[in-house]
Design a protein around this ligand. Structure first.
Ligand code: MV4
Length: 479
């Protein structure tokens, strides 16, 4: 593999190219008109304009990207996350054009893209699943009987959904039919596929996911878990590894289950198996994400690995250089997603220019960044600017360093989720580890930040007064 094209933008494009450079592989960036001056374009050895700003006229045009790759003699395409990363047709088109798609085969992408096909595929592999139906519901009265058997509340999920899209809670029997009708018509509208199924609603779960890695020789390993319960409307904001609730036994059981899920779909490369963990520490398979995820750095840090490097080795047909027994957890890592969103204003996108943009640095701090001072945040794409990652020997160390790093991250011109990160790091529920996926809804309101900011302003004012008094004293030294 001599030349790699990254079909993405922002921090992930740079992240992938960083490892390609380390391995002596030439890099090609693609960009839309609005990204002409973006860091990912400057960072690459070559860069090609592929279209207009809207992603359906640029980053989503698989055929154009493959044309560019062929013209430049590209050996492999890394799709990053989002955009074409979970597009089975694109993975197939790469293969047909003799370009390595850095990811699993299209079969695995397709199977996991359908929640019902996924359940069907892993069924014979002894994977715990939430009680429910495993076929598309066609007979609503029959489904209602099943729902009554499971007990309300239940959840209706669209097979083509995922990541929280196409879900509906049904609180009681009386609203079953109407919610079912709505769920089906929503699924048809959103995904062109009205297949839905039902599951028991797990009321206060934690979201725990297992990182897996598989080579083309049948070796599959897991790289432990990430805890991703701190999310807002299915958008993760803070992730960490390891989770503070898993025992070594549970970690091993979940890890082994994740490996079986990967084996069930002949998985190749980096993947993530999502589980729900209930209050009694029962775990249930939810779905598999067939890409490198945003939050992969926390796993890299606690396992001392480079997941992009492993992806590339596996894509070249090499055997995984590490085995399960080589892996151990080292310390603790935290990640805060820095979004151009205003936590004081319902997390609305905050548009504008990065008038000041200075990254924190130092031991235990990693920033995966896609922007620089003076740039505007385009409205066309995901509003994530960077990921602030901290790590230490213990969870407390990582949290404390996160607070310091946030205060040394200087952003002016737009509002960001940095102050929200401070809120999380200072919250007792987070610090003690007693939280679930309802953390943000349950504890966060804008006035929490305002109170915190007022307290900080007060301290700043006191320090200023102290300085002033000291200065006055020095001025009054008699000669
Ligand atoms: C659930 C659930 C409770 N019970 N399934 C949301 C994302 C998608 N992967 C599945 N999701 C959920 N499935 C059952 N049977 C609760 C969620 C859920 C959730 C899961 C992970 C992280 C955040 C979440 C927020 C709300 C709901």
């Amino acid at each position: 593999m001599k030349k790699l094209l990254v079909a993405n933008r922002g921090e992930i494009a740079i992240r992938v190219m960083r490892t390609a450079k380390k391995l002596g592989i030439k890099t090609v960036a693609v960009y839309s008109t609005i990204d002409r001056q973006s860091p990912h374009v400057k960072y690459a050895d070559e860069a090609v304009l592929i279209g207009e700003a809207p992603s359906n006229q640029s980053y989503l045009l698989g055929d154009n990207i493959i044309e560019v790759a062929k013209n430049l003699n590209v050996d492999a395409i890394h799709p990053g996350y989002g955009f074409l990363s979970e597009n089975a047709d694109f993975a197939e088109a790469c293969e047909k054009n003799d370009i390595i798609f850095i990811g699993p085969k299209s079969h695995a992408i397709r199977v996991m893209g359908s929640k019902l096909a996924a359940k069907e595929t892993v069924k014979a592999y002894d994977i715990p699943m939430v009680p429910g139906t495993d076929e598309a519901i066609t007979d609503i009265p029959e489904a209602k009987k099943i729902a009554k058997g499971i007990g309300f509340p239940i959840l209706i999920k669209a097979s083509a959904g995922g990541g929280g899209k196409g879900m509906r809670i049904v609180e009681n029997e009386a609203e079953f039919e109407s919610q079912m009708d709505r769920a089906i018509s929503e699924a048809i509208n959103a995904f062109g596929d009205g297949s839905v199924f039902i599951e028991k609603y797990v009321a206060s779960p934690r979201h725990i996911e297992i990182q897996v890695m598989a080579d083309t020789h049948g070796n599959v390993i897991h790289l432990f878990e990430r805890e991703c319960s701190i999310q807002r409307r299915h958008q993760k904001v803070v992730e960490e590894a390891p989770s503070s609730v898993l025992t070594p036994e549970l970690r091993q059981q979940m890890g082994e289950a994740a490996v079986r899920v990967a084996k069930a779909c002949d998985y190749i490369g980096a993947g993530t198996v999502e589980f729900l963990l209930d209050e009694n520490h029962n775990f249930y398979f939810l779905e598999m994400n067939t890409r490198l995820q945003v939050e992969h750095p926390v796993s890299e840090i606690i396992t001392n690995t480079d997941l992009v490097e492993l992806q590339i080795l596996v894509a070249r047909g090499e055997t995984l250089p590490i085995q399960q027994n080589d892996l151990k957890i080292h310390g603790h890592a935290l990640e805060l997603r820095v979004y151009a969103e205003d936590p004081l204003n319902d997390f609305l996108p905050s548009v504008g220019t990065l008038e000041v943009y200075k990254l924190p640095e130092g031991p235990g701090i990693r920033v995966d960044n896609g922007f620089e001072q003076g740039m505007e945040i385009p409205i066309y794409y995901d509003p994530m600017i960077s990921k602030l990652i901290t790590y230490g020997n213990t969870r407390d160390e990582a949290i404390s360093l996160m607070k310091t790093a946030i205060s040394n991250y200087h952003i002016e011109g737009i509002q960001t989720t940095l102050p929200f990160g401070t809120f999380v790091c200072e919250h007792d529920a987070f610090r003690s580890g007693h939280f679930d996926t309802h953390f943000v809804k349950k504890y966060y309101a804008a006035d929490q930040l305002l109170d915190e900011q007022k307290a900080e302003a007060k301290i700043a004012a006191l320090i200023a007064v102290k300085h002033y008094i000291e200065e006055q004293k020095q001025l009054k030294i008699p000669n």
